[in-house]
Write a protein that binds this ligand. Sequence first.
Ligand SMILES: C[S@@+](CC[C@H](N)C(=O)[O-])C[C@H]1O[C@@H](n2cnc3c(N)ncnc32)[C@H](O)[C@@H]1O
Length: 285
Amino acid sequence: MTDHSDAISANKARWDEVVDIHLGSDGLEDGYDITGAKAGSNRLTVIEETELGSVDGLDVLHLQCHFGLDTLRLRRMGGRVTGLDFSPKAIAAARSLFAEAGEPGTFVEGDLYDAPRLIDGRGAFDLVFVSWGTICWLPDVAGWARIAAHFLKPGGRLYFCDAHPAGLMIDDRGDQDEMRRGRVTLRYPYFHETAPLELDWPEDYANPDAVVQNTKTFEWSHPISDILNAVIGAGLALEWVHEHDRIAWKLLPIMEKGGHRMFRLPDDFPVRVPLSLSLSARKSG
Ligand SMILES: C[S@@+](CC[C@H](N)C(=O)[O-])C[C@H]1O[C@@H](n2cnc3c(N)ncnc32)[C@H](O)[C@@H]1O
């Protein structure tokens, strides 16, 4: 097996660093709405709200939970929540967030692939929840799906929504006037490669004025067939797969706000482009 530890360490340094930036982004235009989440007055994105269904009374495992803001939303929807993330700062912030909100929640620090060793919960969860900015940080999508399946109860469900691998091919650094005319260029690979893409990512999506030190990150592409085959190969039955022309972050600079916590291409963009993907898959039993 290829050793990706240097790439994972660089990613971890990046995610650790941006936790404070994200905690400070409350109230900014594209920032995290921490005040709203604490008050229970805001929600998951419109895609998740439409597709997820009730989580009331469910045991929910939130993989790659960042600093727990969506975990808090899931808690406020009635879930008994456990979150996992490899960033120590994110996990510390998630625990503080839940303490301040007066809500129960369990948070575990560790790499995604170590989750079965770190969380004593084989077959213990009704819902494994994975959303927005997740599998691109993972070298092995089949291993990711096996982990989701490991934690699901018989009859439990994996819900996943994230960037569409076709949308992720577009050059986000291209000329913006050309982009507006629909003349985009492709910069990133569609198909998976063992070696990660090495990226220089100086901006932060929640606070464009933030100065980030750990700009070097490593990501992996996962085509739709790999994602679906990973889920099927993990023994989960696909219930549905949806493609959307919206996404939860400003993937391209020409994007506009597109409804509750979403971004979309401008109305006069010449074609509709798939920007995100969601699926539901169930463990038999
Ligand atoms: C874009 S954020 C996900 C946002 C999240 N959906 C939310 O609720 O805010 C990506 C998260 O993945 C985590 N992450 C990246 N690689 C990881 C890994 N190998 N194991 C565990 N967590 C990882 C990062 O620390 C970060 O918190």
